[in-house]
Write a protein of this length. Structure first.
Length: 371
């Protein structure tokens, strides 16, 4: 298996710095996703790893060996580019066996390899089909088989799901997760879709404008983003201006909120000297939409477990609108003067105008600094 280290890697084109001083280490056997909006440098990073681009500055190490000494074909890489690279005049079998044939492998070797890949990529019955006779999902699987036929240690995948419908995309995700384990590969996936990244990755490298914003596990990135940009890119969230008045208490416009998430040293959170201190500019308490808990007010009032001690993280809110999202219902509500959103499973059925009890669980509150 292969560990890949990018050290200050930079690649600039005339007007754009596509990749700007990117440093990250992808461990051997790890599944890492390069995530970010279109144009943030994901494909360029893959091309740098593949040896199809040369860094202007910095370098890339493969198991500690500089890419300067490794040609593209000596890096043990299988690369599935964003536009399919199948040869139109070759059938599936010939496309898959292209690399072993060029490497003068025996017929026996090729046949055995082909049988394994046809099996693992679910391509039975398509051996003799030509690319233009295949569906998008089938073509994508042949392209992956073609990349794996070179027995790579690293698999690079550029937006492999982008042209597939939801069901095919899900099938291919499962297949890729499976191949990652079975073939003991280091995988670098590129996508702009945070859901795909969350579902598949050991770690996600979030890029904006060619720069690395955060490199961490999907859980870290989703629940504990280090910047506002990361927080917003990963999913919907409410942001309340805040001041930290003790290790576990945030003062916000709706009242005091208890948080279990620890203060991060590197963020230099300063605890206010008194409770009366103003809300700090650019300090926010983040609460993801689905973390808010709603209960019809009457029931909650009767409940003996409801806790109204301050800071209880429990408030009375009024629903102002409701949107049906299929698996979820999104409620907009007003608490004091703040508008908040909550995504709930489609029960209980609340109506605009209803008063509700709103709870913000302490573990789902995250203090963030940013604009
Ligand atoms: P992504 O894959 O994240 O959409 P790319 O890596 O393709 O982003 O591109 C990053 C930036 O670099 C874009 O602004 C793009 O226009 C620019 N770029 C990429 N390749 C070239 C090239 N060969 N010549 C000029 N500009 C390029
Ligand atoms: Mg791209």
């Amino acid at each position: 298996m292969t560990q890949i280290s990018l050290l200050d890697t930079t690649r600039a084109f005339k007007k754009t710095t596509a990749v700007n001083r990117l440093s990250l280490t992808i461990e051997s056997g790890e599944f890492v996703t390069l995530l970010g909006p279109s144009g943030c440098g994901k494909t360029t990073t893959l091309r740098l790893i593949a040896g199809l681009e040369t860094p202007d500055f910095g370098e890339i190490l493969f198991n500690g060996v500089s890419g300067k000494y490794l040609s593209s074909s000596n890096r043990g890489i299988g690369y599935v580019t964003q536009s399919y690279t199948l040869f139109p005049h070759m059938n599936v079998m010939q496309n898959i066996c292209f690399a072993p044939k060029m490497a003068h492998k025996t017929k026996e070797y090729q046949e055995k390899l082909l049988a394994t890949l046809i099996e693992d990529l679910h391509l039975h019955g398509l051996e003799k089909a030509y690319p233009n006779e295949l569906s998008g999902g089938q073509r994508q699987r042949v392209a992956i088989a073609q990349a794996l036929a070179g027995k790579p240690k690293v698999l690079l995948l550029d937006e492999p799901f982008s042209s597939l419908d939801a069901q095919l995309s899900q099938e291919l995700r499962n297949l890729i997760a499976n191949l990652h384990n079975r073939y003991q590969l280091t995988v670098v996936l590129v996508t702009h879709d945070q859901q795909e990244a969350i579902e598949l990755s050991d770690r996600i490298a979030l890029l904006f404008n060619g720069e690395l914003t955060q490199f961490s596990t999907p859980q870290q990135l989703y629940h504990h983003p280090e910047t506002m940009q990361a927080a917003k890119f990963m999913g919907n969230a409410n942001f309340l201006e805040c001041t930290r008045i003790s290790a576990n208490i945030l003062k916000t416009p709706i009242g005091l909120l208890q948080t279990n998430t620890s203060i991060q040293q590197e963020q230099n959170f300063v605890i206010a000297r008194t409770e009366n201190e103003n809300l700090r500019p650019n300090h926010y308490a983040m609460i993801r939409y689905e973390a808010l808990k709603l209960a019809p007010l009457d029931k909650a009032r009767q409940s003996q477990t409801a806790n109204y001690d301050s800071p209880s993280n429990t408030f009375i809110a009024q629903i102002t609108s409701r949107e049906f999202l299929g698996n979820l219902t999104r409620y907009q509500m007003i608490v004091g003067e703040e508008q908040l959103f909550a995504d709930t499973l489609s029960t209980p059925h609340l109506q605009p105008g209803d008063m509700v009890e709103l709870t913000i669980p302490p573990h789902s509150l995250w203090h963030i600094i940013g604009k």
